[in-house]
Write a protein that binds this ligand. Structure first.
Ligand code: ADP
Ligand code: MG
Length: 352
């Protein structure tokens, strides 16, 4: 990835809130349905009503109502990150929220037949494909699940416990053994994301857990021939050998991580079975540790504690520094979930 040029603003995590439309459970309450959320998209504010006497207002970089299209969300949240990845920087886009509030809808929705439904993963790859001009440019993807501090390959499910290794010189984070698949068109992407989804489901059935308990991480690697080479070679009558006497490849590598985080709801530890308690501990560990890192970035702290969990170790080189990061916080409207919604909104607020 490129070394320089990150502006002060790109260090900060950009945070958007997205409100899910009422679902059938909400609608079942009919006239009694009580919403605890009021949005003011023009001023990018969100009002959270605890009861008739008490309410808090929060401001974010973007506030999306239940009518916001997938396209608008992509353009405001992910597009700037993808553009910077196309320029050679690393980047991360994450969705955080309670189960059922629209994380997977926002990032993982395929929309094979209806392009307007497509989520961030598919749109990012569409955007990347349309920007890759040179034949030597390469796009590869890896698709992983992180569950109980164990990294599993969603494209090659026999691979479990993939290590996270950091190059001592470059600081580049690698996952040796994880499948890396070159993708050239959207059909192939749909195919791989579907395989990943099926493997995620199968793995979780086998482990007797729900996918809401694990993080899904799509890593898109870009490898681009430098634009300098393009420009020089055309202006110098295509004599590339004069510029690159040893045929040194001038290649820029960068990557984009798109993360569908585990549900942020607090897991009831009392009365859980053994593995549920373990689960609660680890999920809370990775989300808590992510929160600490986001907090450190927001405060411009020189120390971002990325080593505390596997999630933040995977994010380490795509987060902070010159990397751009966007977080979408998803919430539902119902007052019945006020306390989860409130803690979700507060998590997002810590990044501001
Ligand atoms: P999560 O991944 O956070 O558990 P999902 O993305 O699975 O939540 O969303 C739960 C349900 O709500 C799904 O049926 C999804 O299609 C629907 N949904 C979520 N957000 C939206 C939205 N913005 N517009 C329409 N439907 C949505
Ligand atoms: Mg989901």
């Amino acid at each position: 990835a490129a070394d320089h040029g990150g502006s002060a603003d790109s260090c900060r995590v950009r945070v958007a809130v997205r409100l899910r439309p009422k679902n059938s459970e909400d609608l079942a309450h009919g006239a009694d349905f009580d919403s605890c959320v009021e949005l003011q998209p023009e001023s990018k504010r969100l009002k959270l009503k605890k009861n008739n006497w008490s309410c808090e207002t929060y401001r974010f970089d973007e506030v999306f109502s239940e009518n916001a299209s997938q396209r608008r969300v992509y353009e405001a949240v992910a597009k700037p990150v993808v553009e910077s990845v196309l320029e050679g920087y690393n980047g991360t886009v994450m969705a955080y929220g309670q189960t059922g509030t629209g994380k997977t809808y926002t990032v993982g929705r395929l929309g094979k037949d209806d392009p307007s439904e497509r989520g961030i993963m598919v749109r990012a790859l569409e955007h990347i494909f349309s920007s890759m001009s040179v034949k030597t440019d390469r796009v590869t993807i890896s698709y992983l699940q992180l569950y109980l501090e164990s990294v599993q390959d969603l494209l090659a499910p026999e691979k479990n416990n993939i290590p996270i290794v950091e190059d001592a010189k470059t600081g580049e984070v690698c996952l040796p053994g994880a499948a890396i698949v070159e993708v050239k068109d959207l059909e192939h992407v749909f195919h791989l994301l579907q395989i990943g989804e099926a493997n995620r489901h199968a793995a979780n059935t086998k482990m007797n857990t729900e996918s809401s308990r694990s993080h899904a991480i799509l890593i898109i690697h870009l490898q681009r021939s430098s634009r300098i080479k393009e420009e020089n070679s055309s202006s110098l009558a295509n004599d590339t050998h004069e510029i690159f006497p040893n045929d040194l490849p001038l290649v820029i590598k960068s990557k984009l991580l798109i993360v569908d985080l585990a549900g942020s709801e607090r897991i009831d530890k009392s009365g859980s079975e053994g593995h549920m308690i373990e689960e609660a501990k680890f999920i809370n560990l990775s989300l808590t540790s992510l929160g600490k890192c986001i907090n450190a970035l927001a405060e411009n702290s020189p120390h971002v504690p990325t080593r505390d969990s596997k999630l933040t170790r995977i994010l380490r080189d795509s987060f902070g520094g010159t990397a751009r990061t966007s977080l979408v916080v998803t919430i539902g409207p119902s007052a019945r979930h006020y306390s989860e919604t409130s803690s979700t909104v507060m998590f997002g607020q810590r990044a501001m």
